[in-house]
Design a protein around this ligand. Structure first.
Ligand SMILES: [Fe+2]
Ligand SMILES: [Fe+2]
Length: 331
């Protein structure tokens, strides 16, 4: 059977696969007040959250290579070989992708690039490095939450990359788009690190969508994420994505911020096409956006993408196995 189009799914209301979970009790008055205080103190958090380490230099080095024109990937392999633990994890990923019966086992960075290709290798390396970096400073007793958030960021990153490719050369670098998808909600992770229990409750009860508390959260995680990225040495273009990914769509917005915003709405559509590799958790709910409405069709049309969105979603869904393997503590 043909995969239904995005438009058809919006008309029929076809549901994305979701993981079942028991109902979560709503936030209490005390919890809402505590969350409001947390969100309003983001400027002070910027000056006190200095324990967050700089981004790994290798993460930034990888962004300097344009994998779309990087040729044989030798420069990429040399970079990855600088980090023995990353190289080992990527070898394991390449061997997993190749399957048990593969003749050649990836044993070094060059064979990883040869096996996965430069684009997938770069995506996997960026995701791995960013995940390891966030794990150095964020812990939570809620083990399911990081996995759910991380899958959401991975789907946004893979969608952002495919949209950038579809837009064509000269618009947005696909590697920068991928990194933008990865880091755009960094502020949420910083808030989770500061108040793990409270943020777990906020996310599991649906981010307070449609309330003043959600508006406070949107400002807090956007501004805090941008400021944290700046402190940690991220390029200005990634700081801008974190700051502006909730600003909506207008000619004044950067192409990358709009692209990541679109990508951030596509999780459920990818899940539908991924044959169970990508899921949309009911609790915690997916996304800092409530659903895939939000004038998305108009935006896609303005970006010249509406006719190609199904291809983009399918390409990401086909990478569902990779997304699943890159998701920590997956079920
Ligand atoms: Fe967000
Ligand atoms: Fe998001």
């Amino acid at each position: 059977m043909d995969t239904p189009t995005l438009a058809a799914q919006q008309v029929t209301g076809m549901a994305a696969p979701r993981t079942a979970a028991p109902a979560t009790p709503p936030l209490s008055r005390d919890e809402r007040q505590a969350l409001s205080r947390l969100f309003r103190q983001w400027p002070q958090m910027v000056s006190t959250e200095r324990l967050i380490a700089p981004l790994p230099p290798l993460f930034l080095n990888l962004l300097d290579i344009d994998t779309g024109v990087a040729g044989d990937g030798r420069e990429l392999a040399v970079l990855i070989a600088r980090d023995a633990s990353l190289e080992a994890r990527l070898c394991a990923l390449a061997n997993l992708s190749a399957g048990a019966g593969a003749a050649d086992r990836a044993a070094d960075a060059a064979s990883v690039v040869g096996s996965l290709g430069p684009v997938v290798t770069t995506s996997a390396a960026l995701a791995d490095l960013f995940l390891c970096w966030t794990r150095r400073w964020s812990t939570t007793p809620d083990r399911a939450l990081p996995a759910a958030l991380w899958q959401e960021y991975l789907v946004a990153a893979f969608c952002a990359r495919e949209i950038a490719v579809a837009l064509g050369e000269g618009m947005v670098s696909p590697d920068i788009a991928f990194a933008g998808g990865l880091v755009h909600d960094l502020g949420t992770l910083v808030l989770c690190a500061a108040e793990p229990g409270l943020m777990s409750r906020f996310i599991r009860t649906g981010y307070g969508h449609g309330t003043g508390l959600n508006r406070e959260f949107v400002e807090a995680h956007s501004e805090l994420g941008a400021a944290t990225l700046m402190q940690c040495g991220a390029p200005a273009i990634l700081c801008d994505v974190a700051a502006r990914h909730h600003e909506g769509f207008s000619p004044e917005e950067s192409a990358l911020a709009m692209l990541v915003c679109v990508a951030d709405h596509l999780h459920a559509q990818v899940a539908i096409r991924s044959r169970g590799q990508v899921t949309v958790p009911r609790d915690p709910p997916a996304g800092c956006f409530p659903d895939a409405g939000y004038a998305l069709e108009d935006v896609l049309l303005a970006m010249g993408l509406q006719s190609g969105i199904d291809d983009i979603l399918l390409r990401v869904a086909r990478q569902g196995g990779l997304i699943r393997h890159l998701t920590p503590d997956r079920g």
